[in-house]
Structures are given as structure tokens and as C-alpha cells.
Design a protein. Structure first.
Length: 279
């Protein structure tokens, strides 16, 4: 009888344990391509809910999990530079120590613990100081975002209340790309697409423009399209060779208008403008 009574008293609690409730600090995962790799941040987003955050809910001078629940993690698919220091391709715990005038950003080899209760500085892979930024608006839900990105870099921005901090991530792949271009273009018969891609990369990086122009002309000779004409036009214009840039831009303009490609129409207008020629 006692066993039956005990079992019956457990029934409400067993049922309650199966109820799923929304997380007070929902999880979020953000990913950003940087160079030829990706950066992924996995964190939970606490809300201020009218409370003072820094110096109160999150004390100054103490290690913080940079979010809620499990430690926030940051993963790199390739070796990348963080604040100028090259880091291995792996997952790290992202800890911070907030301060009034300075924050410490910490990448720790322990990326799995709950909270920051067992944080061990011996496991730090990298730490550096950044200056907090005062925002002109309030951020109720703690937010981590990628901002100010270029093809090879981005900033990680951590914002909450009226404070933000940021740090730079870079994946400089220029050496690797130049080596790959050299290998491809040294072949007896490079692909037509390789002529175009290699010429455009040299142009974008202001590197060996005479070689870039030669490759662009080869791409054009193999495939007369408005984009190949435009590549010749923009490289020649950059080199001040307007006798080559202007006819290429005009030929590209005609084809781009027929195709209804407004982006290339603008590119051609810019190439002509660089040579002091109006459409």
C-alpha cells in the first residue's frame, strides 16, 4: 500500500519533468565567411529585463562566460589571426573580463564547460585588451555579431546594454591565392575562366597590372562577353591606357545594355569617367 501511495505521489512530478519550457536565454549560432574559411560563434543571449548589466548583473573585474548557460564558443575552420595573433583551426571558449575602461578578451582551450565557474587561466590560448565603446542606444538582449567585414577580415562585436566591444579576425590568403594562380597560369593551356579570374584578382589587389591586362585580353579573345570587355576596360583605365580602356568599355556598355545588366552599365560608366569620357 505504501508503495502504491508513493507511486501515485510521483505521478504529478513525472509529468512536470516532461514539460519543455522556452529558454530564458535562447541559444544562437552565427557563422561568417572570412577569407577561405569560416568563423562560427555559439552562445546564449540573456536579456537585461530592466536590470543594470555591467557592474551589477555582470560584475567588473571578474571572468564572464560572455553570455549565459554554457560558455560561449568560437570556432575557426582555418588558421586565422585574432587581434594580430595567428590561432589554430579549432574551437575555443570565449571568455571576457569586463571593465569600466578596458575589457580583456580571452580565447581558452576549454570550450565545453558550463558557465565560467571552473575557468582556468592555464588553458588560455590568447588574451588581449580592448576598449569598450559607449553606444547611443540600448541593447536589451545581449548580442554578438560580425560587422565591418571585407573579403579577408571581420570584426566580432559584443553588445549589451549601452556597451560594446569588438576585435578583429583575419584570414590573409593572398600568398596562397597568388601561388595557386601561378601554378594554374604556368600550365600549357590554362582554362579561359582562369585567365579571367586571375586577371581580376591581380586588378583587385593592384598587383602586376601589365600581366593582368594581358590575361584579360586573352579571356576576351576566347569569349567576347560584356564582362570580359569590362575587365579589359577597368584594368586598362587603372593603368592610364585609355586608348584601350575606352573602346573596351563602349563595347561592354552596348552588350550590357542589351542584357539589361545595370551593374555592368555602372562599371562601364566608371571606366569611361576615369578616362574623362562621358557615355
Amino acid at each position: 500500500m505504501r508503495k502504491l501511495v508513493y507511486f501515485l505521489t510521483l505521478i504529478p512530478f513525472i509529468g512536470f519533468a516532461q514539460i519543455q519550457l522556452p529558454a530564458a536565454s535562447p541559444s544562437a549560432v552565427i557563422t561568417q565567411g572570412v577569407g577561405l574559411g569560416t568563423v562560427t560563434i555559439d552562445y546564449s543571449r540573456p536579456s537585461a529585463k530592466g536590470r543594470k548589466v555591467f557592474g551589477n548583473l555582470v560584475p567588473y573585474g571578474k571572468v564572464w562566460r560572455t553570455g549565459a548557460n554554457k560558455i560561449t564558443s568560437i570556432s575557426f575552420s582555418e588558421k586565422m589571426k585574432i587581434n594580430g595573433t595567428e590561432m589554430d583551426a579549432k574551437k575555443y571558449g570565449l571568455y571576457t573580463i569586463p571593465g569600466v575602461k578596458s575589457w580583456k578578451i580571452i580565447l581558452n582551450n576549454d570550450s565545453e564547460q558550463w558557465g565560467a565557474y571552473e575557468y582556468n587561466s592555464v588553458q588560455d590560448a590568447l588574451s588581449f585588451e580592448v576598449q569598450p565603446i559607449e553606444l547611443d542606444h540600448n541593447v536589451n538582449e545581449m548580442t554578438i555579431a560580425f560587422e565591418e567585414f571585407t573579403p579577408t577580415s571581420t570584426y566580432v562585436v559584443i553588445s549589451w546594454e549601452t556597451t560594446a566591444v569588438k576585435f578583429k579576425i583575419e584570414h590573409d590568403v593572398k600568398k596562397d591565392i597568388l601561388a595557386a594562380i601561378e601554378t594554374e597560369m604556368s600550365k600549357e593551356k590554362p582554362l579561359v575562366a582562369s585567365y579571367f579570374t586571375s586577371a581580376d584578382y591581380y586588378f583587385q589587389n593592384d598587383y602586376k597590372l601589365p600581366q593582368a591586362l594581358d590575361w584579360a585580353k586573352r579571356a576576351l579573345a576566347a569569349d567576347e562577353q560584356y564582362w570580359t570587355y569590362q575587365l579589359v576596360a577597368r584594368i586598362a583605365a587603372k593603368m592610364g591606357k585609355c586608348d584601350q580602356a575606352v573602346p573596351a568599355a563602349k563595347a561592354s556598355m552596348k552588350l550590357a545594355k542589351e542584357a539589361g545588366d545595370d551593374a555592368y552599365i555602372l562599371l562601364n560608366q566608371h571606366s569611361l569617367m576615369m578616362c574623362g569620357v562621358s557615355e
